[in-house]
Design a binder for this molecule. Sequence first.
Ligand code: DX5
Ligand code: ZN
Length: 224
Amino acid sequence: MGIMTIRIAPSILSADFCNLERDLDAIATADLVHVDVMDHHFVPNLTLGEPVVGRICQVTSLPVDVHLMIEDPDRWAPEYARLGAASVSFHMGATHAPVRLARQLHDMGCKACFAVRPAEPVEPIFDILDEFDMVLVMTVEPGFGGQKFLSNQMGKVRRLRDEITRRGLTTSIQVDGGVGPSTAATVAGAGADVLVAGSAVYGAQDRAKAIADIRSAAQKAFRA
Ligand code: DX5
Ligand code: ZN
């Protein structure tokens, strides 16, 4: 497999929605910006959709990583690719034809990521793993920022990393929920290489320092 590098993806769910441009500028040292789209149906929260994501894609120089926590991503995910998302994540529990959707996103120049909730197993993805650029392992129940990290998801991350390594794939593993300087070593040690952090970045006075702290803790621990 290729050399993997740790990437940090601050989640703007914990940013100030009335000062998004300012809060996007504050994370310029990150690798991606993670944008959580929620629809009040797939999860019990409602955030933002196409008009706001379109503007985010226009004003940030970071690649935009859209995390769809919505029903019918088969219908809506391509809209986010069209708006300029670099990657789109869609959930196992919501997607009817993940392979077809991933191929459609790829045709539009967008990366495809398959997401699993804490109670969903990752093994069903193994047979279609080569269709995806990234797998998102949720380390909280999706819906809200600031929840406690679920360390019981680390077995899933390890099994996934073992499978990726065994097959020589370059698939990234993203972890999302409760990730910060104190949990970064745990997730990277299990084999995750893309770390989403919402409250740990935007809850800090110095966002660049929070990003740097998460990055250095993860880099020391990363298991390829
Ligand atoms: C939760 C979202 C996360 C959220 C993480 O459903 O998918 O991206 O912003 O927030 P923290 O890092 O505060 O747990
Ligand atoms: Zn997310």
